[in-house]
Design a protein around this ligand. Structure first.
Ligand code: AMP
Ligand code: TRP
Length: 343
């Protein structure tokens, strides 16, 4: 990788049922990254099964969910010949680097993470249930994912902004403490201008999320076209009648963003086209466009998901390619830290 080359890395949770927010905010950018990568090793995508163990989950289902997620990524257009696609748990270096980096991660920084704060408030209110230490150190593992590959670009949605800031801080602190030379690359987030935060169709003040909100507000990548149209027809908007963005128009603004992305257009051109149109026609147009946009992905998914041996084969090849890139970085990290090489 030369100094000017982009090396992209991103991770995605194996929740299986990926939604339109994931697709627009992240997956679509992965495919774009693969297209512009100079070599397969410069577009790296990881299914983060280790992150998934920080919350309550069913071990027997985890492997299945990983397969669901790989099949969605392949159906979306990732090509194992042109990128590195692998499962986090297959590459030991991630867990190892996570521990090593925890020595240069400030406790106070982790304690300020928005997603952790929400948990902490629940714990303090006595409504948290069991909260794992892994949930607290989650961002360190995420930093390790990226830093292990010396990636410089991290395509993600808006909700990952703070995590990206933290990994930059960890890389800077590592280099300061154990360099020169700089051992780690300080990466940058790549957050799309439109579509980085797709909102719940039933609650335009909350982001579309796997863990909160109901199915009616969430469009899944694998939903049937009729189900997709129905969800958009019932999307919550406002009592006005103008198809434009603005305060008090969060629902409509969200639909404008969705249509802009799936139609490859600007939000302004959509406002212009639907000037004077009713909300009903507009919602119908968005539903149709999304149904058409996701249909080929759903169709390809079925065939890909069936062949589990092939999915495992692709993951194994991905793990080998990933390890070739990150093992030398781990050796440099250990050397700089004065930690022994394993023998
Ligand atoms: P996750 O399923 O949590 O691993 O998220 C995968 C990717 O989707 C991450 O890059 C997130 O930032 C992105 N993402 C999740 N929800 C949304 C949303 N509602 N709008 C846009 N991007 C999202
Ligand atoms: N935390 C990310 C999410 O919830 C997933 C993730 C794990 C990730 N490791 C990563 C994203 C590394 C980008 C880079 O969506």
């Amino acid at each position: 990788m030369s100094a000017t080359t982009e090396r992209i890395f991103s991770g995605i949770q194996p929740t299986g049922r990926k939604h339109l927010g994931n697709y627009i905010g992240a997956i679509r950018q992965y495919v774009a990254g693969q297209e512009t990568a100079a070599a397969p090793g410069d577009a790296i995508f990881c299914i983060v099964d280790l992150h998934a163990t920080t919350v309550d989950y069913d071990p027997a289902k985890l492997r299945e969910r990983v397969h669901d997620t790989v099949a969605i990524l392949l159906a979306a257009g990732l090509d194992p010949e042109r990128c590195v696609l692998f499962r986090q748990g297959d590459v030991r270096e991630h867990a190892e680097l996570s521990w090593l980096l925890s020595g240069v991660t400030a406790w106070g920084d982790l304690n300020r993470m928005h997603q952790w704060k929400v948990k902490r408030e629940q714990i303090e209110a006595g409504t948290g249930g069991f909260v794992s230490a892994g949930l607290f150190s989650y961002p360190v593992l995420m930093a390790a994912d990226v830093l292990a590959y010396r990636a410089n670009v991290v395509p993600v949605g808006d909700d990952q902004r703070q995590h990206i800031e933290l990994m930059r801080e960890v890389a800077r602190r590592f280099n300061e403490r154990f360099g020169p030379p700089d051992v780690l690359v300080v990466p940058e987030g790549r957050i799309p201008e439109v579509g980085a935060r797709i909102m719940d169709l039933q609650d335009p003040f909350s982001k579309m999320s796997t863990t909160s909100g109901g199915d009616a507000g969430r469009v899944y990548v694998l939903d049937e076209p009729d189900a997709i149209r129905k969800k958009f027809r019932s999307a919550v908007t406002d009592s006005g009648r103008e198809v434009r963005r603005g305060s008090g128009k969060e629902g409509i603004a969200n639909l404008i963003d969705v249509l802009a992305v799936v139609g490859g257009r600007t939000p302004e051109s959509i406002e212009a086209e639907f000037e004077g149109a009713g909300y009903g026609d507009f919602k119908m147009a968005v539903g149709d466009a999304v149904a058409e946009y996701l249909a080929p992905v759903r169709e390809r998914y079925a065939g890909l998901r069936e062949d589990e041996a092939e999915l495992e084969r692709a993951l194994a090849a991905g793990a080998g390619a990933a390890r070739e890139i990150c093992a030398p970085v781990l050796a440099d990290v250990r050397e700089a830290m004065g930690v022994a090489e394993p023998r």
